[in-house]
Each structure stands twice: as C-alpha cells, then as structure tokens.
Design a protein around this ligand. Sequence first.
Ligand code: NAD
Length: 328
Amino acid sequence: MIKKKKIAITGAGGFIGHHLVTYLRKKGCFVRGIDLKLPEYKTSDADEFLLLDLRKKENALEATKGVDYVYALAADMGGMGYISSHNALILYNNAAINLNTLESARINKVKRLFYSSSACIYPEYKQIKAKLAPLKEEDAYPAQPQDAYGWEKLFTELIARYYKEDYGLETRVARFHNIFGPFGTWDGGREKAPAAICRKVAIAKLTGKNKIEIWGDGKQTRSFCYIDDCTKGIYKLMMSDFSEPLNIGQDRMVTIDQLVDIISEIAGVKLKKNHILGPQGVRGRNSDNSKLRKILKWEPEISLEKGLEKTYKWIERQVEGNYIKETK
Ligand code: NAD
C-alpha cells in the first residue's frame, strides 16, 4: 500500500490555506491544518485541525511534528489599508511565526517547506509609474520594499535559503501577486482590492445606489491571479527542484478603474466612480512570468473575467446575507 504523504498547512483558516487544504486532500494527502481560527466561510476539509498560535515555538513544534511537508501560509496580513498602518505589529508577528515554523521544521526533520512570499518584496523604485516593466525575480535587489510586511517577507526568503544551505531543509518560495477568489476576507478592513470592490459594487447594486468610492485616482495598476491557479502553482513549485523564489501571478496588468468596470459588468450595473484619498500601495505592479514558464512549464490560465465572476457571485451572496438583511 502506498503511504499517504503527511502535510501540515499553516494559515489553513485563511483564504489561500483553506483552498490549499482542499486541493491537497483531493491529491490524496493526509492534511493537518493549523491556524488561530477555523475558516470563517466553509468547513475545512483537513483531516485534523489544530488551533495554535505560531508565535510560540512550542506550538510550531506541535504543528510540524510527524509530517513530510510543511506549507507555511500563516501571516498577519490584509489589504493596503491594514498593511500600511500596522508596520510594527506585522513585523513582530510574522517574524515570530516564520522563525518558529522554519526552526521547528528543522528540529522535526521535515523534508520540504513551502514559504508564501509576496510581490510586496519588490523595490518601490521599480514601481513608481502605472505603466512599467513586469517584475522579474532578479529585480528584488537592491532591496526597498514599501512596508514592514514586504521587508519581513524578504527577510524570511533569506532565512529559507540559509536553512537549505546550512541544514539541508529543502525550501520552496513563491512570490504571490494579488490572489483572489471566493471564501476570502471580503469586509472588516483586511480585505484586498478585488474583494473590497466586489463588496462595494454588490452593495450599490442591492441598495439601488449608482456610485462607489475608490481609493486613489483609479489609475494605479496591478495583476490579479485566481485562487485555483494559485493552489496549482504552489503544488507544482513544491514538487519541482527549484529552490529560488518564483513569481506566482498573472501577467495581465489592469488599472483599478478597469477592475471596477469588469466587476460592474458582471454585476449588470452602471456605476459612477468617486475617487477619494486612501492608501494605494505602489503605483504600478505586474508579474514577469518568464521564469515561471521556464521552470514549471506552466502559468496561470484562468482569465480575470472568469475568476471575478465566481468571486463576485459569492460576495454578492455574502452581502445579501449580511449587510442587506441588517439594514432592512
Ligand atoms: P489570510 O489572512 O486569509 O490567511 C492567513 C492566516 O494566517 C489567517 O487565517 C490567520 O488567522 C493566520 N494566522 C495569523 N497569525 C497567526 C498565528 N500567530 N498563528 C497561526 N496562524 C496565524 O491570508 P491569505 O491571503 O490566505 O495569505 C496566505 C499567505 O500568502 C500569507 O503568508 C500572505 O502573506 C501570503 N500572500 C498572500 C497574497 C494574497 O494576495 N492573498 C499575496 C501575497 C502573499
């Protein structure tokens, strides 16, 4: 009988971690989920779920005990509003989580560890215009990430490299570019742009208002990658021999105004955009997928429109069930 691979996924109560649990269970793995909380919107498919705070080393040791592979996704994180206003807290929490997770994986003789880094590690000086060259993995240095969130991600990329070099722990590192989809945070202040815009459009539609507020002038650019492509990319990278950081994202850049237009069309409404002051992050950002294509012989394939359609429908149902009921 083939032995099931034993996997630990930290951050399994969060957006990407929750989807990854389902993906790896379908692949036939035994999956242990670890988080401070259970997933908010759907029951986890994990074989076991441990509620643990990974800022404590004894908890990280328990989390990574007896598993072959660790997928490290736990982080204190949110959209631009949250990230740009909680620098010290984010730096402290994420450094503690990641140091404990890597050290415990080493002590527990884990074979391989996946670390979820971010496009936020790329230097600000390469992202000052809305129209710019997509970011290659080599662009990370000289380093100048925008916020503490990005600095900590870059720091942990380095620790992952040294744990491989010095201790032989096989590490894989992905730099995610704006992952979105259903069953992710869509309100409360930690939501990211696609979810926030879906919510605003759904509220406008369901309340009959024809106006929504957008942070900034709407001309800032990003690329957005659907969650099913993300989980597939994580798995492909983990199974590969490649231990350097690799972009996982789409390379189709759109403005925030274009994102609003696509979502409005899906919702079937025409809306006026009221641009207001608000945190926007860097001016422009896109993923260069040349290395991704070369290494994994694959790249994200789900279109923005298709991904947003699924995401919008799910968020509209949440809005209907929450906001609208409350305000009646
Ligand atoms: P998320 O916030 O939905 O999930 C993170 C999870 O980590 C949460 O459920 C949270 O409770 C958990 N967590 C926080 N502190 C913890 C602690 N002390 N102990 C145990 N668990 C703790 O975020 P996500 O979007 O699923 O992101 C997953 C990973 O991918 C994170 O590391 C994030 O930085 C990275 N990432 C995400 C994106 C994106 O677009 N979503 C982009 C770049 C990088």
